[in-house]
Design a protein around this ligand. Structure first.
Ligand SMILES: [Mn+2]
Length: 393
């Protein structure tokens, strides 16, 4: 092995934050050159990382993660997945000067096998120069080594909360240290597909007010088979603010002459998307007072299109995701209470007179959760994006 690695790991306690973030532990590794890429993989002892937390014979393989842990561990972190894009996608040419993005992955007690496969799929199927960094935000998992040991991987940084914060505040922590001009949020149990990132960054480079998502393919929770999902869907919701996928109408389908064209959507599923960092900041980021999980995708979606932006699903970008039937982790205030608290904030801040339909569909979110702080968020100046708007002829 060549002995020319000069990258080192550095860690410190972030002290500039307020409140619960005041003691966030932060580590990064100085960046290696492209030529050191393979050497870094050789340094990472994958077997040791995975074996330390392995499923044991006799245990229920679904108990810890609500998916088949045994099967996930049986499958290589490096596996190939079927290219599920429309054949025309491979003919598209993307802007040659796409900006590198900061990929932010938050997790709480994720299975090591799925977390590693997420990162490895990103490193395998993304042009190196498009990854500014991969920021892992460990939301107070039981074992700090789940995250820390991954610092041996190229581009990876690790932030750890010293108490449970939930998805929203963890993502914001990642966004605050991100150095890229765009933010790419991913779940911690994904596998990105071929050329997944370029079409997303291309759409944002053309217009920084676009918030763009891949088509989310399905990784089966029992077998981990990678399954193509329908691409002609958009996001929708009912009045109790539950997300659901909607078929495009027959008219909309008839108008779609090009299957590679993005699909406008009023709501994003929330787990996977790219947003311009300056636009995200300008819009007021996420609602900091939302807890654990749920509802934040409504809040950010409503806000984007009410403030002049748009949301879309890009069919030529595909990312697989393990869909589960239940959450494997604990909600300190209970699953239902947390979802109600978060969606009620969305209704109060963004739905005006339409919130009556929300309260009609959910008769019990009656306790008074003050949302004034969010209502008072103001937007003092337009975003300063480094992008030039390219208008199509
Ligand atoms: Mn998920």
């Amino acid at each position: 092995m060549r002995m020319k690695l000069v990258s080192v790991v550095a860690c410190w306690w972030l002290a500039e934050g307020r409140g619960p973030f005041s003691q966030t532990f932060y580590c990064f590794r100085t960046q290696p050159s492209d030529a050191d890429w393979e050497d870094l993989w050789e340094q990472f002892d994958e077997r040791r990382y995975l074996n330390a937390k392995k499923w044991r014979v006799g245990d229920d393989p679904y108990k810890l993660y609500a998916f088949n842990q045994r099967e996930s561990e049986r499958i290589s972190s490096n596996r190939a997945v079927p290219d599920t894009r429309h054949p025309r996608c491979s003919l598209l040419v993307y802007h040659i000067e796409l900006p590198p993005t900061s990929i932010i992955i938050t997790f709480h007690n994720e299975a090591r096998s799925t977390l590693l496969r997420t990162i490895r799929s990103v490193l395998n199927r993304t042009p190196m120069h498009l990854i500014q960094e991969i920021i892992l935000v460990d939301d107070f998992s039981s074992d700090p080594d789940d995250c820390k040991q991954l610092l041996k991987l190229p581009k990876v940084k690790c932030l750890r909360n010293n108490e449970r914060q939930g998805l929203v505040r963890s993502r914001m922590r990642g966004a605050d240290i991100a150095q890229g001009t765009t933010l790419t949020f991913l779940d911690s149990h994904c596998e990105v597909n071929r050329d997944w990132l370029q079409p997303l960054l291309h759409r944002v480079k053309e217009d920084y007010t676009r918030v763009v998502c891949p088509v989310i393919d399905i990784i089966n929770l029992d077998t981990f088979t990678y399954i193509e999902s329908a691409s002609e869907l958009r996001g929708g919701f009912d009045w109790s603010l539950h997300f659901r996928w909607e078929q495009l109408s027959p008219e909309q389908k008839a108008q779609r002459l090009d299957p590679t064209e993005p699909i406008r959507t009023p709501i994003i599923a929330g787990g996977l998307f790219v947003i311009d960092k300056a636009w995200f900041d300008y819009l007021g980021k996420y609602d900091m007072d939302m807890d654990i999980w749920g509802g934040e995708n409504f809040e950010i979606s409503f806000r984007v299109w009410m403030c002049g932006g748009s949301l879309e699903i890009v069919p030529c970008s595909r990312v697989g995701h393990v869909f589960r039937k239940k959450h494997p982790y604990v909600f300190p205030d209970g699953n239902a209470n947390t979802y109600i608290k978060n969606t009620k904030r969305t209704a109060e801040v963004w739905m005006d007179e339409y919130k009556q339909y929300y309260y009609a569909a959910r008769p019990f979110p009656k306790w008074r959760e003050p949302v004034n702080s969010r209502l008072l968020v103001h937007w003092p100046r337009p975003p300063t994006s480094s992008y030039v708007l390219i208008t199509s002829p």
